[in-house]
Design a protein around this ligand. Structure first.
Ligand code: ZN
Length: 153
């Protein structure tokens, strides 16, 4: 990685929180609530309030306008090509055609993680610090989400 994310984190975290909160609110307004099958999937990965989850289908995940934030998101692979889901609090972005049980169970486990952390502002610094130190694939929160992926409802 040519970009020193760890050094940049203190400046990036407030911008990342602001961006994530704005998108979470947008999904809250525009997204769809879960049907019974997906409510059960969310419950099965530990989500306390699956009725609050909203899913917004998009053609591609949104990128931050802020250049530093955008470079960091792409550089770490968080919003790079090939990423088809993103969870921001109770808001889940899913790229059209990728709304499988496997992807949604993974994203719902991130919802559980946000619930444990209590807020976007509490979750993101921990998550981004993990990614800055051990990388996306090896971050404990991603390992936990992968471990809770379901292949069937
Ligand atoms: Zn994940």
């Amino acid at each position: 990685m040519t970009f020193n994310l760890l050094a940049a984190l203190p400046a990036l975290i407030p911008k990342a929180i602001e961006w994530a909160e704005a998108h979470s609110s947008f999904i809250e307004q525009s997204g769809q609530p879960l049907n019974d099958a997906f409510l059960a999937v969310a419950r099965s990965v530990g989500v306390l309030h699956p009725e609050l989850i909203r899913v917004a289908e998009v053609s591609s995940l949104p990128l931050p306008e802020d250049l530093d934030l955008k470079l960091a998101a792409i550089g770490t692979g968080l919003l790079g090509p090939g990423m088809v889901g993103l969870t921001l609090g109770y808001g889940v972005y899913v790229c059209r055609g990728h709304g499988s049980i496997r992807l949604l169970s993974h994203e719902f486990r991130h919802v559980y993680q946000y619930e444990r952390a209590s807020s976007i502002a509490a979750f993101l610094p921990v998550y981004l610090h993990q990614i800055a130190t051990v990388g996306y694939q090896n971050s404990p929160l991603e390992i936990d989400a992968r471990a809770h992926e379901k292949h069937h409802a």
